[in-house]
Design a protein around this ligand. Structure first.
Ligand SMILES: Cc1cc2nc3c(=O)[nH]c(=O)nc-3n(C[C@H](O)[C@H](O)[C@H](O)COP(=O)(O)OP(=O)(O)OC[C@H]3O[C@@H](n4cnc5c(N)ncnc54)[C@H](O)[C@@H]3O)c2cc1C
Length: 391
């Protein structure tokens, strides 16, 4: 049976670093390449639900993650003036694992990079793949520095614009603008914001996620032109205009926006690649295979789960490599398709609220059903994926 001893991971985000660490801990020689010349991750936050925390726990990193972030167990849905519509206590986690820990993306990245290096992963920056020669028992990869090397497997966690995905399926499956975009800005956290919250408005939604004792980020989701791009110096005025209907801390944040505010805008471009997520000796995971609207805070979480499951399957040498990659793809697709469908419908539903009367109807519906709806998702996402430690 063919063994996988030497792997190239393309992409140094949550998925790539997690996969590289898990493989290296299992005795595989791993090189990770990252296209950026430095790990200068933009400083917005990430909610990491219990299913992501279980992956970090399996890698022995849970305590570090929890010490860095802000743990919470519930979310609230409010109207634009922060009048309560619904409270939901998450059915995520267990005695050991909290429901959610949110933290700065940069800090999570630092923890994962340190773990990868400690596990013996060779990390090379400023490099990407320029050519892939896929043969029955290995893959020869040419990198952007002109050098070629042969590996048993090429693993692409190279994000939403994945070139590895393009090698698998060409340009047939690409993320396309949904017509909605997400604005984010990191600000001081008022003491009363102690969990994730949504403020449902007319024609848009706003909210906040705590990141630590001092900071939170405020997000705003609304229709935006598909190719929208904003000059940084214009963003404070544009975001202020967009937040005009919101009260409470949102109004204060809005009034305080300046050019020095770290405002980030991203288009929401959902995509779900049907399985299998491999061809020959080339396999993908994370945003390369699926990109969700951010509503369930599951994008990086699913990347971490993909990474863990892939590493676990690849080193099981009971069946040929193709069978192992098929098992990985099949295992991951259903769960990611669930997140995709749930988050996408939530986005469409909330953005369809376009008049005060529709907001009133939505208020009644959410009061009755929002918590039960999210509870159903919690039960699915809390089901175990990680069943062993790799630390
Ligand atoms: C508004 C918004 C809010 C979000 N909130 C959350 C949240 O709260 N919780 C959550 O879990 N997720 C959230 N997400 C999703 C999350 O950011 C992504 O799903 C996650 O970062 C995907 O991880 P990844 O490792 O697959 O890809 P990425 O993080 O995109 O990493 C890919 C890496 O590959 C590198 N790369 C690209 N091409 C190449 C190449 N050819 N060769 C080498 N390297 C390459 C890139 O530079 C990058 O470093 C949010 C997303 C958005 C847009």
């Amino acid at each position: 049976m063919s063994e996988v001893r030497k792997v190239l991971v393309a992409g140094g985000g949550v998925g790539g670093l997690t996969c590289a660490t898990a493989l290296a801990r299992s005795g595989v020689a791993v090189t990770l390449i990252e296209r950026r010349p430095a790990f200068d991750i933009p400083g917005v936050g990430l909610g990491q639900p219990a299913n992501a925390l279980r992956v970090y726990d399996a890698l022995g990193l849970l305590d570090e993650v929890l010490a860095t972030g802000f743990v919470y167990d519930r979310m609230h849905i409010f109207d634009p003036h922060r009048e309560l519509i619904a409270e939901h206590v998450f059915l995520l986690g267990d005695d050991r694992i909290p429901a959610v820990c949110a933290l700065s993306r940069r800090e999570l990245h630092t923890i994962l990079l340190r773990a990868a290096q400690k596990a013996g992963v060779t990390v090379r920056l400023g490099l990407s793949v320029t050519d892939i020669l896929d043969e029955p028992d290995g893959v020869t990869v040419t990198l952007s520095d002109g050098r070629s090397e042969r590996f048993d497997l090429l693993v692409g966690f190279d994000g939403i614009r994945s070139e590895t995905r393009q090698h698998l399926v060409g340009t047939a499956f690409v993320p396309r603008p949904s017509g909605f975009g997400a604005w984010r800005v990191q600000v001081p956290r008022p003491d009363y914001v102690r969990g994730m919250e949504f403020l449902q408005g007319v024609g848009s939604k706003t909210g906040a996620m705590p990141l630590n004792d001092e900071l939170m980020y405020v997000f705003h989701i609304r229709p935006e032109a598909p190719e929208a791009w904003f000059e940084k110096s214009d963003t404070p005025a544009l975001l202020r205009e967009r937040l005009a209907q919101y009260g409470s801390y949102v109004a204060e944040v809005s009034a305080g926006l300046t050019e020095a505010s770290d405002i980030v805008y991203s288009a929401i471009e959902p995509m779900l690649l049907p399985w299998p997520w491999f061809r020959g000796r080339v396999v993908i995971g994370g945003d390369a295979a699926h990109a969700f609207p951010p509503h369930l805070t599951q994008g990086a979480a699913m990347a971490a789960e993909d990474a863990f499951v892939l590493a676990r399957e690849v080193v099981r040498d009971d069946i040929p490599v193709e069978g192992r990659l098929m098992r990985y793809s099949k295992n991951r697709y259903a769960r990611c398709a669930f997140v995709y469908a749930f988050a996408r419908q939530w986005l469409e539903d909330e953005q369809a609220i376009r008049t005060p009367a529709q907001l009133e109807a939505a208020r009644a519906e959410m009061t009755l059903n929002a918590s039960a709806r999210i509870a159903a998702s919690d039960r699915i996402l809390n089901s175990p994926v990680v069943d062993e430690r790799i630390s």
